[in-house]
Design a protein around this ligand. Sequence first.
Ligand code: PLP
Length: 435
Amino acid sequence: MAKGKLKKSQAAFDRAKKSIAGGVNSPVRAFRAVGGTPPFIAKARGSHLTDIDGNDYIDFVASWGPLILGHAHPAVVEAIERAARDGSTFGAPTTRETALAEEIKDAFPSIDLLRMTSSGTEAVMSAVRLARAFTGRTRLVKFDGCYHGHSDSLLVKAGSGATTFGHPSSPGVPPALARNTLSLRYNDANAVADVLKRHGDDVAAVIVEPVAGNMGVVPPADGFLQALRRLTRKCGALLIFDEVITGFRIARGGAQQRFGVSPDLTVLGKIIGGGLPVGCFGGRKDVMEKLSPLGPVYQAGTLSGNPLAMAAGLATLKELRNPGVYPRLETKSRLLADGLAGEAKRSGLAVTSNRVGSMMTLFFTPHRVANYDDALRSDTVRFARFHAGMLARGVYLAPSQFEAAFVSTAHAAADLRAAVRAAGEIFAELAESPS
Ligand SMILES: *Cc1c(COP(=O)(O)O)cnc(C)c1O
């Protein structure tokens, strides 16, 4: 258990800030949403992290999703070591790339052809370019609270109503580009029907996280994904599932397997790289054949299909073929989610627990969370206190209310019980004091 001492981490953070913008290489790591010092990690194994002050944590971040087998899984480490000894990159084709592609295609029947990238952001950006080229259309439909990486076309928030196109959600994104992206309310199929009726001839693609993970976990409402499938087919827009989190997470074949809806294009990342930098996009043959060198749509990457990343991904996906894996993840995840909900109830604290398989979020709101507006009603001050309390008790959660907690095959029943016990103590404190 952590003792809460973060002296060395504080010094490391101060030093990092002198060379790295904000001291971090991805903003949410800076703990701005919850306050406090981010622990600097020294090493990790299985379900546990150790920081440079020697504190030990049960990890539910899993590097934001990739580590479904936990940290430093022996098979993954061995695969990376073996690949590294043979040379880390060639910029020429290797058989590992084909092996990983075949493994992905086996799990995702909607993918005829695919291409590897080095990040999810890159894969989404490329899928969008391809969809625009294939359809000869410019506009995109996305959903509030879904994250698809940080490429310009996707860093867009809703316009003033369901019929106005979007505004940049970051300075530096040209408003003219943002106007080509329309952001709608998640789980609102009527809004999609309405917009596609008006603008359908202009829409290249509808892109969605089929289970949202980036506003906290929000499952698709009954029939939502089916409606997207029907409506896009009708107007000739492509349906893109961003399964960067959900792929190999909520089922081997991702959300499309779990909910039985087949998109035109799928974006993957995180788990398929086994903890190394990878993204991938793929789908219908007639669409993917537009990609260079088969077709005119340009897309490339110096380190795409990197041998180390392919090896780590292959080793991970091989473990996930074990038929017991997903049922076991389900059992563990239910134990954790039910345990947390039970402790909250015992303390008289009103929370909402959303879970799909081994991804879950405890929202500090009594209301149902079915979209981003619902998620935003959460008490983030309470969440910050919860987060700090858990960290001090040796439980490492994502430092924001609007993120998922991930259970891995490495979590032991004792880890889950310890996390539930820690949460129970904090809930009792929170219930005593107004936020
Ligand atoms: C993480 C994520 C991305 C971006 O992937 P990176 O590898 O961080 O660029 C895209 N879409 C979803 C749904 C994600 O969760």
